[in-house]
Write a protein that binds this ligand. Structure first.
Ligand SMILES: *[C@@H]1O[C@H](CO)[C@@H](O)[C@H](O)[C@H]1NC(C)=O
Ligand SMILES: *[C@@H]1O[C@H](CO)[C@@H](O)[C@H](O)[C@H]1NC(C)=O
Ligand SMILES: *[C@@H]1O[C@H](CO)[C@@H](O)[C@H](O)[C@H]1NC(C)=O
Ligand SMILES: *[C@@H]1O[C@H](CO)[C@@H](O)[C@H](O)[C@H]1NC(C)=O
Length: 318
């Protein structure tokens, strides 16, 4: 108990410090390494796993995020490793694609937030190895979580109440469930990666990382081979203007392209979904990531950071 208390006091202190530094960091003009460094991404393209975890390379390495997730019970790190993972998005693009069997064929399945499998098995499969969730999940009751969940939660340091609730939830989970929270350093690193990749500080543009971003960072550490299901490319919506589809396969709250377009150009916050997808295409060229439903034909053009958000930033003095 004392260890736990010490952890949370320590965490709270770290959180305040972290926010201070994150704040300083976010509001300092950053180097715009966007265009020049880009060629390097292709030098090592499709080389074996982890060979390109090269911190001195010009593009920022993505690996290592997993060390910033600690068990809220005993501070232990995440030990999960998989030879091949299906990362299943929550997108309505998956509806009717019947990818369930293929998804089930991977030894591990990673899902996001509360995306259900019940009733959608044909399209999304029926097994869940890990859920990556945002801080909203701390408002759940333990019985609302799928039983036996292995959960990794990001964003717990945004408000002290999240951490309090997470602690409460942890103590009430079933024995087979695990609950790892992202440390404030982890949050800072994820934000920094966005800036390094895009040249745009997250806070300066009031952007928020999506759970998809945090999930892919984790998958790069956990999985030797990553297969993503149900993520569209950055330019998918521009190329298919007449064909929108539900944002989530499990409810009717909005259409994906419409939400993506709105969020990408939102001046006051929002996820930069299209920009994130362009960055994922870069990651796919360096790490063992492939995209299905829709299939991504990975090439340089797809990884171009030519998204509405970044074009808009280019025009606006910052
Ligand atoms: C990368 O993934 C492919 C399948 O997509 C697999 O055949 C290959 O062995 C993987 N490479 C490594 C080094 O794991
Ligand atoms: C890492 O990247 C740098 C710069 O791109 C390169 O000079 C160096 O040889 C790389 N190291 C390894 C081990 O690949
Ligand atoms: C998934 O579905 C298959 C085939 O219908 C079944 O054999 C298996 O037990 C299910 N697994 C889970 C975790 O529900
Ligand atoms: C812990 O959560 C339960 C509901 O899941 C709630 O009834 C209780 O008040 C919470 N305790 C604290 C200290 O927040």
């Amino acid at each position: 108990m004392r260890k736990l208390a010490a952890y949370f006091v320590g965490s709270a202190l770290l959180a305040s410090l972290g926010y201070l530094f994150l704040g300083i960091w976010l509001f300092t003009p950053r180097d715009r390494e966007r265009a020049g460094a880009f060629e390097d991404a292709f030098v090592d393209a499709r080389d074996p796993y982890r060979l390109y975890m090269n911190t001195s390379a010009t593009l920022p390495p993505v690996g290592g995020a997993i060390r910033h997730y600690k068990s809220l019970l005993d501070n232990e790190p995440v030990t999960l490793r998989c030879s091949s993972c299906a990362v299943v998005s929550s997108s309505g693009f998956l509806l009717g694609k019947e990818a369930g069997q293929e998804i089930n064929s991977h030894p591990c399945t990673i899902r996001m937030n509360m995306a259900p499998v019940e009733g959608y098995q044909r399209d999304v499969g029926n097994r869940t190895t890990l859920r990556v969730m945002n801080f909203f999940m701390t408002g759940l009751k333990p019985e609302e979580l799928p039983s036996g969940s292995r959960v990794m939660v990001w964003g717990l340091f945004r408000r002290s109440v999240y951490l309090e609730r997470a602690r409460n939830l942890t103590g009430r989970l079933s024995a087979v469930s695990t609950f790892h929270g992202q440390t404030v350093e982890g949050e800072g690193e994820a934000a920094k990666l966005f800036t390094k990749e895009t040249g745009q500080p997250l806070g300066g543009t009031k952007s928020w990382l999506s759970t998809g971003w945090l999930t892919l960072m984790i998958a790069i550490d956990v999985c030797q081979e990553i297969h993503v299901y149900g993520m569209v490319t950055a330019d998918h919506c521009a190329h298919n203007p007449q064909k929108d589809f539900p944002y989530h396969y499990y409810n009717n709250r909005g259409k994906e392209c419409s939400i993506y377009r709105g969020a990408e150009l939102n001046k006051r916050g929002g996820h930069r979904f299209m920009t994130e997808k362009a960055v994922f295409a870069r990651w796919a060229l360096r790490y063992n990531i492939s995209f299905h439903y829709p299939e991504w034909e990975l090439d340089k053009a797809l990884a171009n950071l030519d998204t509405p958000f970044l074009k808009n930033q280019g025009r606006r003095p910052s």
